[in-house]
Design a protein around this ligand. Structure first.
Ligand code: SF4
Length: 482
């Protein structure tokens, strides 16, 4: 029996609907602050709320606060966004059906009704229970649960306030049985040093659903400590792909869950931690109070340079001139077409027609073939690039058709981990730059002049700006205090 709870407090917000940068999202809203599910993976939404000063502690986070003026805001904002939204997702930084909370459930249902009455399709993701009343709403809505295990002990430790797995699954099945479209997010999936489990049993349990999303756990030292985590995630992703293909279920493998090690790789790089003791961070904070503010919001960061040069370049070629979301979709299909790994051999084994059929343009197919031929002929040697100065790497890479300055700079930053690259050709970087300096002047001359103070750590500053964008920080005006 679910214990019925009520939120103790409420807050007033100035706005609600916004465009999300999350991989599979379109527009989103978060009409609750905090989340009683209290996930300990950790929950990125909690970490960000803490950094932004919205909550002081985990204890405060797990006491949710409702946005009291949700319906008024929606009434005001719907006419503005109506024609732009293809799907409105609830929620990325909280949960729309927190386990046991009757007032949150009622508010979410009212918000859904209002949105649906204005022909806005909604998508829901919860670790709570999907209420039966949902069958009375628009049949276009999609309903999902997160399910990373079937082991209740794991749930109690890692998602202590969330609904038990069996109940969660039963609520999803009920909606499926009533003809609604359902989906499951298997993310963040744990490695065997956290729990030894069989992914197939989870897949079997959700085999009735229409779509499965699978993703690794990011930003976790425990995961990184698992020596074979990359091959583990490659294997698990392939299990998901194979299962979904066999059952005719749609699937999406989250960005960077699959990595591959083809014949030609750069050396596998170590994890890098940037914190207040890092020379680069000290330099950037001392010379740029705008960067110092971003660092105070994001805090320390751990990253691992991309270990697979060939895979990286193909991914970047695919993403040229299209959105990251569309690029990821095509890239994942290509990986799957190549049997889970992008290698010279696997790329050579697929025909141009097959690559074209998954959405790759003919010119990009040609670029991928050129890159592959350059590796085969020895004209491009990833090991040699590692020892070249930045300018030589740029020269070498841009001599290949289809690789321009932008791709070469991304390679320098994300594969070779070069420290002083300013990616002023990149629209995502410029978007974040505009937010940070509250400016519309993104001409190369002005950006170079303004970012001179980052030298010799422009790449590190850029990493923080990408991070700010990825996690939605750039949606709110940055405040500077004297
Ligand atoms: S359900 Fe989502 S928002 Fe809530 S604590 Fe867990 S990860 Fe965070």
């Amino acid at each position: 029996m679910v214990k019925v709870k009520q939120t103790a407090c409420s807050i007033i917000r100035k706005s609600l609907i916004y465009k999300t940068g999350v991989e599979y999202g379109d527009y989103t809203m978060n009409h609750i602050q905090g989340c009683s599910h209290g996930c300990k993976y950790p929950c990125y939404a909690f970490l960000m709320a803490k950094r932004f000063g919205k909550v002081d502690s985990y204890e405060e986070w797990i006491e949710p606060t409702i946005v009291e003026n949700t319906l008024d805001l929606l009434t005001e904002e719907i006419p503005k966004f109506k024609d732009k939204i293809s799907t409105l997702h609830m929620c990325f930084t909280t949960d729309p059906f927190m386990y046991g909370y009757s007032d949150i459930k009622e508010l979410t249902l009212s918000a859904l009704k209002l949105l649906n009455n204005n022909d806005i399709k909604c998508s829901i993701l919860t670790k709570g229970l999907l209420p039966k009343e949902l069958i009375t709403l628009s049949p276009d809505n999609e309903y999902g649960i997160t399910l990373v295990s079937l082991n209740e002990e794991y749930r109690k430790t890692n998602e202590p306030g969330a609904a038990p797995y069996k109940e969660r699954l039963a609520s999803l099945k009920y909606l499926h049985d009533h003809g609604l479209r359902t989906w499951v997010s298997i993310e963040p999936y744990p490695t065997p040093n956290i729990i030894d489990q069989d992914l197939r049993s989870i897949l079997e349990a959700v085999s009735f659903t229409d779509k499965i999303i699978f993703g690794r756990t990011n930003y976790s030292k425990v995961i990184s400590a698992y020596k074979d985590n990359k091959s583990f995630y490659n294997e698990q992703a392939n299990i998901v792909i194979g299962f979904c293909k066999e059952k005719g279920i749609d699937y999406h493998i989250k960005h960077r869950t699959i990595t591959s090690y083809p014949d030609q790789t750069v050396k596998k790089a170590e994890m890098v931690t940037l914190d207040e003791n890092a020379q680069s961070i000290q330099h950037l904070c001392k010379n740029d109070n705008h960067f110092a503010k971003v660092f105070s919001m994001i805090g320390s960061m751990t990253y691992q340079p991309h270990g697979d040069a060939y895979d990286f370049l193909i991914h970047e070629i695919i993403e040229q001139m299209i959105s990251q979301k569309a690029g990821d979709k095509i890239y994942n299909k290509l990986v799957s077409l190549c049997g889970g790994k992008l290698t010279v051999n696997s790329i050579n084994s697929v025909s141009d027609n097959e690559v074209h059929s998954i959405g790759t343009s003919n010119s990009k197919i040609q670029y991928i073939r050129n890159l592959t031929a350059a590796i085969e002929s020895g004209n491009l040697d990833f090991d040699a690039l590692q020892n070249m100065p930045d300018s030589e790497v740029m020269k070498k890479l841009t001599s290949l058709r289809g690789i321009g300055n932008w791709t070469a700079k991304m390679y320098l930053i994300f594969v070779l981990d070069r420290q002083d690259i300013l990616p002023f050709e990149d629209s995502a970087f410029l978007h974040s730059y505009q937010w940070l300096y509250n400016t519309n002047d993104t001409s190369p001359t002005k950006v170079k002049e303004n970012c001179q103070k980052w030298h010799p750590y422009a790449s590190i500053a850029a990493r923080y700006l990408y991070h700010a964008l990825d996690f939605g920080l750039t949606k709110e005006k940055i405040e500077f205090f004297k």
